[in-house]
Design a protein around this ligand. Sequence first.
Ligand code: CA
Length: 252
Amino acid sequence: MEFWAAAPPAALRRPRSRHDGAMATVLVVEDESDIREVLRRYLERAGHAVLTTGSGAEALRLVATADVDLVVLDLGLPDVEGTDVLGEVRAAGRTPVLVLTARSSVDDRIRGLRMGADDYVTKPFSPAEVVLRVAAILQRTGGPAATTEQGVLVGGRLWIDEARHAMRFDGRELDLTPTEWGILAALSGAPGRVFSRYELVNRVRGYEYAGYERTIDSHVKNLRHKLGPDGATVVETVLGVGYRFGLRTDGS
Ligand code: CA
């Protein structure tokens, strides 16, 4: 498609995968209810079915009986050592595990990965990062679905799949008008670069833009609304000039 002035940087390309990271059943094992619930909310928003427990023993029972696609496992559990849970999940089959750990020593990380964790996140973590890592693990491991998809991740949070004409933000599918798509595609194609309204109108013309320069503002307003609370961060206003994509490509 024409909105990429050039091919996206190699670092933003993601490999072909059988699974797009959506609609998996994720088991969250975490005894701190606040963390458990925030992870549930984020993972559900990303389209996953979420089971939760604060008990290692219950986790093992669920892995054995429920159709779990991935386990998010806190290593510090009250009843069973998290590493024992990890070992048993590993011994039981191929369910991938993302480990949450408050322990930051390199030894623990290496031990966790040696024991078969697919990835780990050190507390405190951002729930959005957990969602992204879950998606990455599901992609690597094949996951439950068998869709072919290719796309790019921009700013660590915006996923653009040109082939399917789909965009997701923090794992949530965006339902965009052609004009909104065109604006976001143009901005995210050159993160940090400022686009004037005139430029944006020209960029989105290919997406059947109907309107004048000044109406870009109302499209941006709707687009931000769809992006959610961080909408104005993603589509940043540059006073007197226009708009730019405000997420840094390293995802911070
Ligand atoms: Ca804990």
